[in-house]
Write a protein that binds this ligand. Structure first.
Ligand SMILES: Cc1ncc(COP(=O)(O)O)c(C=O)c1O
Length: 397
């Protein structure tokens, strides 16, 4: 029996100073000062679960860290987790180890498109979706999400109208970073029909699929229908949920044999080998021991989100948010502040001393927004609110 309550404290705030944590190391470069409270990169300032750390410690008892084969137990643990949490039965032969979802996206672009082809992204969206396309000399076909009162929906009509014979692949962010939507089954169905009708392959990035709040349910794109499954690649990983992105381990799952064999050619050419010694044991421990920790994490994150929402409503009504359905990222609507892009950054970085992601980094549709990462101890959210309020009150908004 795991004595969880003795071991887990989501409000413990270990300092990351002196580690190579990107979120901290880049403060000066991105925000002009080491004094900002960094709430940008999507990892957590919450301890990686003890059972992941314990598995690594256990592995370290053996003194050789040579090449390893990715163990079957690791894949089995993820398959069981996805079956339990999302009701979707993966098969082992569909799965490839990948060091990162972004690497998988790049490989999918290289496999299923040619230079000059178009790849659909639904903006605003996680910025590597754009760079993966342009770095491979393909064109981004933007399908802008429709926004009403902070709620985002897909624009199916515009999507259908924009597709032409060079459009080959759609990058789907599900749940969606940064707008926090958990796509509903009927939305995925409609999107899928369009892709089927126009022979478009889907890469469904489901890295945030375990970070979904009460009342919402993640639906794997590939679970919608056999037809859709046959044209979908799905990326899953424990990096976000269990705060272990530094272990560089994820999977990409492709059920269709022909697509899988095409992908395998590119996959072999980059030679990822089989993953890392610590990644293997951490991955297996996360998916096989993470049940209770995960549900406590969701409650903690929900508390942080509710707290920020109340504070904004009460003290800073010109900054609004819609609570995310999924992800620990909150999309702050700052349009009522009446600041342009540069002024908004100055307000957050220099006056409030908060290192947040600028909405514009997710595409120009993000103008007037900032993204804040709430995967922190509560004390950091309180500190962020107090810094923001001080800056807000000193202006006459
Ligand atoms: C939607 C999405 N996909 C992928 C990633 C990164 O995943 P990885 O580190 O496995 O490349 C992130 C990280 O923020 C993300 O938000």
């Amino acid at each position: 029996m795991i004595e969880l309550s003795d071991s887990v404290d989501f409000n413990k705030a270990p300092s990351r100073e002196g580690t190579n944590a990107e979120k901290y190391v880049k403060r000066e470069k991105l925000f002009g000062s080491e004094e900002v409270l960094p709430m940008w990169v999507a990892d957590m300032d919450i301890e990686t679960p003890f059972f992941v750390i314990d598995a690594i410690r256990e592995r370290l008892k053996h003194p050789i860290l040579g090449y390893e084969e990715a163990p079957e137990k690791m894949f089995e643990a993820q398959m069981a987790w996805i079956q339990k949490h999302h009701g979707y039965a993966l098969q082992r032969e569909w799965m490839f180890y990948s060091p990162s979802v972004v690497a998988s996206i790049n490989m999918a672009i290289q496999t299923f498109t040619q230079p000059g082809d178009k790849v659909i992204v639904q903006s605003p969206v996680y910025f590597p979706f754009y760079s993966a396309v342009t770095n491979n000399d393909r064109h981004v076909l933007k399908n802008r999400l429709l926004e009403k009162d902070g709620y985002y929906e897909m624009d199916f009509d515009a999507l259908e109208a924009s597709i032409d014979e060079r459009t080959k692949l759609l990058l789907l962010c599900s749940p969606h970073n940064p707008v926090g939507r958990v796509w509903k089954e009927d939305e995925l169905q409609r999107l899928g029909e369009i892709c089927i009708n126009h022979d478009i392959i889907i890469l469904s990035d489901e890295i945030h699929s375990d970070l979904v709040f009460g009342g919402f349910k993640h639906t794997p794109t590939a679970a919608i229908s056999k037809e859709l499954q046959a044209r979908t690649l799905t990326c899953y990983g424990p990096g976000k949920t269990f705060n272990m992105a530094g272990l560089a381990i994820s999977t990409v799952c492709i059920s269709d044999e022909a697509l899988r064999e095409r992908f395998r050619k590119v996959y072999k050419s980059v030679h990822f080998a089989e993953g890392t010694v610590f990644g293997h044991v951490g991955f297996e421990a996360a998916y096989s021991k993470g049940e209770v920790w995960h549900s406590e994490l969701i409650s903690h994150l929900q508390g942080n989100i509710d707290y920020l929402d109340l504070c904004l409503k009460e003290y800073m009504p010109r900054i609004s948010m819609r609570k995310p359905e999924g992800t620990y990222l909150v999309w702050l609507d700052c349009r009522s502040l009446g600041l342009n892009f540069k002024e908004l950054k100055r307000f957050f970085y220099e006056e409030a001393k908060l290192g947040l992601s600028s909405g514009m980094s997710f595409g120009k549709e993000g103008d007037g927004f900032m993204r804040i990462n709430l995967a922190t101890p509560r004390s950091s959210v309180e500190e962020a609110v107090s810094r923001l309020h001080r800056a807000y009150a000193s202006r006459s908004f």
